[in-house]
Design a protein around this ligand. Structure first.
Ligand code: BJ8
Length: 429
């Protein structure tokens, strides 16, 4: 990190010693996983810089935005419409955490058998490691899985910042109506907190910014269909992770620059790995920064990840909001857009099986690795349906259940290597 941010972290109430330890581990992990990759596109330098300043410059920007009267809003789920936050002069920041450094603290409040993502965000806050939670004025949760919705109660007691949206369990007409009304209630809440009214012009501007970001992410996704792929799965995952933190306008410009470079690579047939190496689609639970474990294992075992059917991935950007001519119409469209996201928290969730199939075909994947965090019941159970659908389509399927620790890395690598070999030999499992 270029600057000394200790005074800022101190003013945010971080535990400086523990935080320093976290940054050191992050920096080491980044060096060995990211900077050791061969033939990375030059455009990744910007994203390397963002990561190096993820607790530095970005926090300076957020604190400056606060002094300019902007509302810093933390979120945990892609169902929360980002354009609504932007339309009320807010800044949206993803708060999911992908490391287990605060687990011990989290387990003082939560059962041990809680998923790593929940323990991650709770632990980061409790161990004094998260400048984002400390900078946030409001944190929006949602009634998705049981673990999250109950953890939000505890998180509210700790932070006093929570607002929880009620997401239905089924995508029925009643469920959609409930969700549309929840989006309206969120708009009222944001208006009340900011003292500002939603206007059509502001919403259109916000929607233009967020849709442009989604289009740039779609562009990146489509470029990964090339063989050889012009970018590694690890780098593409990183870009997707950063999309939840960075300034959206700057992020979109930098991502489009990267995609221009990838376009050139694709035209020349330049890739990060040889043509014809086994192509894997990853599907399942989200991977928050700095959770790079599975991609690193797959790409270190002779395969390449060509897509993520996940929230840090395709579910976040596949559908655009599009145009609207009234505020009410925009709310309807936000409800429709988000109801098109196929999270395992819904029942039934057949749409996700179709998404896996569509992505596999579009990205020329040859196998699907199903990734579920330990204790994440929705994805662990839904793996059964996913396996049946993928195998019926004649593709190999590997089911992984893991957490953030590296204890099982060796065992996972053995399983992934065997899976890559199955793809190489062109046979289903
Ligand atoms: S739309 S996947 S971001 S809810 S991993 S906390 S489900 S026990 S994160 Fe998610 Fe929204 Fe769905 Fe996406 Fe629970 Fe599972 Fe933990 Fe999870």
């Amino acid at each position: 990190m270029a600057e000394d941010y200790r005074a800022m972290w101190n003013s945010l109430g971080l535990n400086l010693e523990a935080h320093q330890g976290l940054l050191a581990v992050l920096s080491d992990g980044y060096q060995s996983i990211y900077l050791s990759q061969k033939d990375r596109p030059a455009g990744m330098q910007y994203f390397d810089f963002v990561i190096s300043e993820v607790h530095g410059l970005r926090i300076v920007e957020l604190l400056k935005a606060k002094t300019e009267g902007k509302l810093i809003v933390g979120t945990f789920c892609v169902y929360v419409p980002e354009e609504l936050i932007l339309a009320l002069d807010g800044v949206a920041i993803g708060l999911c955490a992908g490391a287990d450094v605060g687990s011990e603290e989290a387990e003082k409040y939560l059962p041990r058998n809680t998923c790593a993502l929940i323990k991650g965000f709770m632990g980061f806050k409790l161990a004094g490691l998260c400048p984002y939670v400390e900078s946030a004025d409001l944190i929006i949760g949602e009634t998705t899985c049981d673990g999250k919705k109950k953890a939000y109660e505890v998180f509210d007691e700790i932070t006093k910042k929570m607002y929880v949206m009620e997401l239905p369990n089924k995508k029925s007409d009643d469920g959609r109506l409930l969700w549309r009304n929840e989006i309206k209630r969120l708009a009222e809440k944001l208006s009340a907190v900011t003292g500002r009214q939603i206007t059509l012009d502001k919403l259109k501007e916000a929607s233009r910014i967020v849709d442009a970001k989604r289009q740039a992410l779609q562009r990146l996704s489509n470029l990964r269909a090339n063989d050889p792929t012009p970018i590694s799965g690890l780098d593409a995952l990183l870009v997707n992770q950063i999309s939840f933190y960075d300034d959206p306008i700057r992020f979109t410009a930098k991502l489009n620059e990267l995609c221009d470079e990838l376009d050139e690579r694709a035209k020349k047939g330049t890739g990060v790995a040889p043509k014809g190496i086994p192509r894997v689609l990853v599907s399942g639970s989200p991977m928050a920064i700095p959770n790079w474990k599975l991609h690193s294992i797959i790409e270190g075992s002779g395969g390449i990840v060509v897509g993520e059917e996940a929230c840090v991935g395709e579910r976040n950007f596949r559908d655009l909001l599009g145009s609207f001519s009234t505020v009410d119409e925009a709310m309807e469209k936000m409800a429709d857009r988000t109801m098109g996201i196929n999270c395992a928290c819904f029942t039934p969730n057949d749409g996700r099986l179709a998404d896996i199939s569509d992505m596999s075909q579009r990205l020329h994947a040859q196998g699907v690795v199903h990734y579920a965090l330990q204790f994440c019941t929705p994805y662990l159970v839904e793996a059964y349906m996913a396996k049946n659908a993928v195998e019926a389509a004649g593709m190999p399927f590997l089911r992984i259940e893991t957490d953030y620790s590296l204890e099982d890395a060796g065992q996972l690598k053995t399983r992934v290597e065997a899976f890559i070999e199955i793809i190489r030999q062109g046979r289903g499992s």
